[in-house]
Design a protein around this ligand. Structure first.
Ligand code: CIR
Length: 266
C-alpha cells in the first residue's frame, strides 16, 4: 500500500490501569462501604477500555498495582496538557504510591513537573477547558497544590481558576466538559456562574452524581446509571456512549477517573 493510502493510527493515547484486587479497601468519603465485586469491576473496566478504543484511543495500561486499592483511578495521578504533564501529590496518603508508575508511563510523551509537599492535588479536581484550568479546592486538593499547578502551566498560557467544591469528592464529580464549549454540572455542588462563558447542562435533580462525563473523540462516555441526564445530553445533540461502571461507582469512581487521555503528539 502506498504511504498515501495507509490508514492513520489512533492519535489519542489513553493510560489506564487494571482494577486492583484490593479495590474493596478503597478510600471512601461520601458513600458507605458496600460489597464490591472485583471481577465484575474488572469486566466493566474492560468494556470501558473497549469504548475508548472505539473512539480512537490507543490503550496503554500502566502496570497493575495489587497493593494499591484505588490505583485504577489513574486520572488522579497526573494532569496531562499538550505541553507538559503535572504529576500530582494526591490528598489521600494511601494514594501517593500510585503516582510514580503513572509518571514513568508519561515520561516518553511529556515533560514532567511534580507537585511538591506540602501541596496536594488530585487530577479529579482539575478541569481543563481550552486555556482555562479550573481547580477544585476539595478535601483532596489545597491552595498550595493549585498554586504550584498555576506556576507550572502559566508559562504555556494557561490560567488557573480555583473553585470551591461542595459535598462531593472532586471538582469533576460536580462538573465536566461534554463538548468544546459545553459543560455538564450539578449546580448544588459547584457555582454554575463560574461557567457562564459556556453552554451549561444541569444534571437531572434526581441524579446528583451524574455530572461526571468523559468527552473523547467527539463523543461523551457516560455512566448507564443516569438515564435522565443522559436524555438531556442527547437532547443537546451529543453522541453519548453509555458504559456500566456500577462497581467502580461504589468506590466513588466515575468515567473520567479511569483514564488519562491525551494527544499522542505530531
Ligand atoms: C478515592 O476516594 O480516592 C477513590 N476511591 C475514588 C477516586 C475517584 N477519582 C476521581 O473521580 N477522579
Amino acid at each position: 500500500m502506498s504511504p498515501m493510502k495507509r490508514r492513520r493510527g489512533p492519535t489519542l493515547i489513553a493510560l489506564t490501569r487494571d482494577v486492583s484486587p484490593s479495590l474493596a479497601r478503597c478510600e471512601l468519603t461520601h458513600l458507605s462501604r458496600e460489597f464490591i465485586d472485583v471481577e465484575r469491576a474488572r469486566a466493566q473496566h474492560r468494556v470501558y477500555e473497549e469504548c475508548l478504543r472505539s473512539l480512537g484511543c490507543d490503550i496503554r495500561r500502566v502496570p497493575e498495582a495489587p497493593g494499591l486499592p484505588d490505583a485504577v483511578f489513574v486520572e488522579d495521578a497526573a494532569v496531562v496538557l499538550e505541553e507538559l504533564a503535572v504529576i500530582t501529590r494526591p490528598g489521600a496518603a494511601s494514594r501517593r504510591d500510585e503516582v510514580s508508575s503513572v509518571a514513568e508511563a508519561l515520561t516518553p510523551h511529556r515533560k514532567l513537573v511534580e507537585i511538591e509537599p506540602p501541596g496536594t492535588l488530585d487530577g479529579g479536581d482539575v478541569l481543563v477547558i481550552g486555556r482555562g484550568v479550573f481547580v477544585g479546592l476539595s478535601a483532596r486538593s489545597d491552595e498550595d497544590g493549585a498554586r504550584q499547578l498555576a506556576a507550572a502551566v502559566a508559562p504555556h498560557g494557561y490560567t488557573v481558576r480555583p473553585l470551591a467544591v461542595g459535598s462531593c469528592l472532586h471538582l469533576k464529580t460536580a462538573v465536566t466538559r461534554v463538548a468544546p464549549e459545553t459543560v455538564l454540572l450539578n449546580p448544588d455542588w459547584v457555582d454554575a456562574r463560574a461557567f457562564d462563558a459556556f453552554e451549561r447542562i444541569a444534571v437531572d435533580p434526581n441524579e446528583p452524581w451524574g455530572a461526571n462525563a468523559l468527552e473523547v473523540g467527539g463523543a461523551v462516555v457516560y455512566p448507564a446509571a443516569f438515564p435522565r441526564t443522559r436524555d438531556r445530553l442527547l437532547r443537546h445533540g451529543l453522541d453519548v456512549r453509555e458504559v456500566d461502571v456500577s462497581e467502580l461507582a461504589k468506590a466513588e469512581g466515575g468515567v473520567t477517573c479511569c483514564s488519562l487521555v491525551f494527544g499522542a503528539g505530531p
